[in-house]
Ligand binder design. Structure first.
Ligand SMILES: [Zn+2]
Length: 104
């Protein structure tokens, strides 16, 4: 059960991109890192290939450690740490530590 999941909006709280918000594109579970849209952009130099005939430079998102982002709560829109709470149905839900509301 991950606190941060693909599709979540997160706020960066440390590093060069501190303050930025973006959507989680990928979660690298083993490494405890995420890739967030528009965050931690890195420049890659491509060699010419069949796909990129000219080669060249592309910008793409690098990974950022989970400890450097906070989930933006879908209920109260604030960056928050996430807890867990079991619903009456037995389902395990995420819980916002700011507003106390639960969500999937
Ligand atoms: Zn909240």
């Amino acid at each position: 059960m991950n606190k941060i999941r693909k599709g979540d909006t997160v706020r960066v709280v440390a590093g060069n991109d501190k303050g930025k918000e973006g959507q989680v594109l990928r979660v690298l579970r083993e490494e405890n890192r995420v890739i967030v849209k528009g965050v931690q952009m890195i420049t890659r130099h491509l060699r010419p290939s069949a796909k990129h005939r000219e080669g060249g430079i592309v910008q793409q998102e690098g990974t950022i450690h989970l400890s450097n982002v906070l989930l933006v709560c879908p209920e109260c829109d604030r960056p928050t740490r996430v807890g867990f709470q079991r619903a009456e149905t037995g389902e395990k839900l995420r819980r916002c530590k700011q507003c106390g509301k639960t969500f999937d």
